[in-house]
Design a protein around this ligand. Structure first.
Ligand code: HEM
Length: 166
């Protein structure tokens, strides 16, 4: 069964309204806060959060998923790093990242993190294996393609910061 991961399966269940209204006590989009308050969050999800006035309550499957994550490995993604090249052709803009994963069993990908009318930002995510094993860390080539008519400025967010690509 797929191990739930904070950025992929848990954080998207918390709406911007949830995060905003709960800011007085904890940041529902911050891994460390959600881990620190996990038991309390489960309690309130089962009682009265999020309130009906903002679309609550959650379906039972969401609460079960949150519990499975909180009572399991509380897995999260890591920010990766690599060498980037961006090529423009008639059919696509291709962003390519090459590098080596930190240990055997890792996977990685570029994910669109945010976009505006003038900019788009991808994040380079690395997902560790459920259990670190023996073996040689693998080299990777990750590619993301998008329309050549998209002329917005491209940024990549990785473990060293947010960098504009030429
Ligand atoms: C999934 C979404 C949400 C979760 C997991 C959640 C969780 C919690 C938790 C754990 C507390 C107790 C905090 C503490 O004692 O420091 C709390 C309190 C509170 N929450 Fe939320 N909340 C959510 C969404 C919301 C939203 C959308 C609103 C407002 C529209 C809201 C309003 C409040 C208020 C006013 C309190 C303090 C009063 C009380 O404890 O009942 N929450 N919530």
């Amino acid at each position: 069964m797929r191990t739930p991961v904070f950025e992929l399966h848990i954080k998207p269940m918390f709406s911007a309204t949830d995060r905003d209204h709960m800011g007085f006590s904890l940041n529902l989009w911050a891994y460390d806060d959600v881990v620190a308050h996990a038991d309390h969050i489960i309690e309130r999800l089962e009682e009265d959060m999020p309130p009906t006035s903002t679309g609550g309550p959650w379906p039972q499957e969401w609460i079960d998923l949150f519990r499975r994550w909180a009572e399991g490995a509380r897995k999260r993604l890591e920010l990766g790093t690599g060498q980037y090249t961006v090529t423009h052709s008639a059919s696509a803009i291709t962003v390519k990242v090459i590098g080596t994963f930190p240990a055997a069993g890792y996977t990685g990908w570029l994910q669109l993190e945010s976009e505006t009318d003038t900019a788009k930002t991808y994040v380079l995510y690395f997902e560790p294996p459920d259990a670190l094993g023996e073996g040689t860390p693998e080299e990777f080539t990750i590619k993301e393609r998008y329309s050549p008519s998209d002329s917005r400025t491209l940024f990549i967010h990785d473990s060293t910061g947010v960098h504009q690509q030429q």
